[in-house]
Design a protein around this ligand. Sequence first.
Ligand code: BUP
Length: 447
Amino acid sequence: TGNQEPRPHIALLPSAGMGHLNPLLRLTATLAARGCHVTVITPIPTFTAAESEHMDEFFSTYPNISRLKFQIVGDEPPSEFDPPIFLQWQSINRSGHILRPLLTALSPPITALFSDFVAGLCICPIADDLKIPNYFVVTSSARFFSLWALLPYINKSHDDEILIPGLSPFHISTIPPPFFNPNHLFTKLATSNAPLLSKAKGILLNTFDYFEPDTITAIRKGTVLSDLPQVFPIGPLKDYKFGKGNYPTWLDDQEEGSVVYVSFGSRTTLSRDQIRELGDGLERSGFPFLWVLKTSKEDEGELRDLLGDTFFEKTGKKGIVVKGWADQEAILAHPAIGGFVSHCGWNSVTETTRFGVPILAWPQHGDQRLNAEVVEKAGMGVWERDWGWQRERLIKGEEIGEKIEKWMTDEKSKTQAKKIRVEAKKALEANGSSEKALSDLITTVKK
Ligand code: BUP
C-alpha cells in the first residue's frame, strides 16, 4: 500500500548452552509475534544434543521463522582449565569470517543483529563492516552484567570487596572463581568481549525494573560505565510454548504449595556424596519433592545405585526423582509447587519470578552467586552463603533438611515471591516497564 511501516529483519545469534539458547529463542518468538521478520543463526555443531533437539522443536513450532545454520571452526582440545562450553564460545567467536558472507546473502537484507553478549568478537566486526546495528542480549542478571562490563578495568587482587560505582559492593566470595585467573578461558573471553559492549546500538536485559531497581538505574544513568549504549530491560522473557509443556502428573495429586522442586540446571552435576546427602535432606524435611537430577558420565546407570537402596523405600510416594530433564516452566507453573531449590542460573531465576515461587538459593558456579544475591535482595528467597561453590564442601543431609523445613514455612519469602509475580506480570502488560522497553526497542530498530 505504500503506507505500511517497514518490517525489520532481525538476525539473532545465540551462543552455546541451554541457558543461552533459551532466552534468545524466547526473544525470537516475541519479536516474530510483533511482526518482525526474524532469522536465527544457529552455530553448528551445537554444544549439546539437547540444544539441537530444542531447536528442532522450536523451528517446527514456528515454520515462519528462518534458520541460518552456520558451521563454526573447531578449536584446540580442552586444557584442564577450559570447560568445553567456553571452548565452544571461543569457536563461535573465531568464526565470524564464515558467518559474514552468509549474512550478506540474506534476503531481505538484515536491519539489525541481536547477539548473545558472549559472542561480541564474532559479531562486532561483521556489524561494523556491513554497517548493521548490533544489540547485545544479556543472558544473566544486570548485576553480573555490570561486573562483566567492568572486568577488564578492575583490580581483583587486594580487597575483600570490588566497588562498582552506583552498586552495592561485590564481595570477593561472590565473584566467579575463574575471574581470579587471567589465563582461564572464561576470563579471557570476558575481558576481550567486554570492551565491545560500547560499540553496540543497545543492550537488552532479561530482567525488569522492579526486580533489579538499583542496578538498572545505575546502568541507565551511566554510573556503572559511562560509554554504555541505551539499555532495554525487557524481562522476564516468556516461554515460547505458551503453557503447553508437560509436567509429571504426580504433581496433580499433591497439595497446593506443598512440593519442593529441586534442580541445578543443565550444566551442574553434584558429587555422588552430595547427591546422597541431598536425598537424605529432602527426606528429613518432610515435604514432598520433585527432583530433576542431572548425573555425570561416571554416574550414568540406575538412580537406585546412586541414591542408595533404602532411599526409594523410605521416601515412597513422598517424592519423585526425574533423571536429566523435565519441562521446568510447566513445573513452576503447577500450583503444587511451594518452593524451588535452585542453582540460580539466571533463566531459572527469571522464570521463577513469573510464578511466585520462593527460592532456596544454592549457587554452584559462574554468575550464580551474584544472581543469588539478587534473589535475596528482592526478598524472593534465602541463600545459605556458607554452603560454598560446587564441590567445595559436603553439606550434610541434616543441615539441608533443617534449612528446607525452615524456608518452606517462611511466610515472608512466600509473600514477597507472590508480590514479585504480580510485578513481573505488570512489567509485561501494556504500559509496564518491560513492555515499554520492548516497544521502544522495536521503534529504534525500525528507524
Ligand atoms: Br535442567 C533443566 N528443564 O530439566 P539456567 C533446565 N531447563 O526446562 P543453566 C528445563 O533450561 P547457565 C530442565 O527452564 C532454563 O530455561 C530452564 O538455564 C531449562 O541454568 C534453562 O537456569 C536453564 O540459566 O545455564 O542451564 O545452568 O549457564 O545460564 O547457568
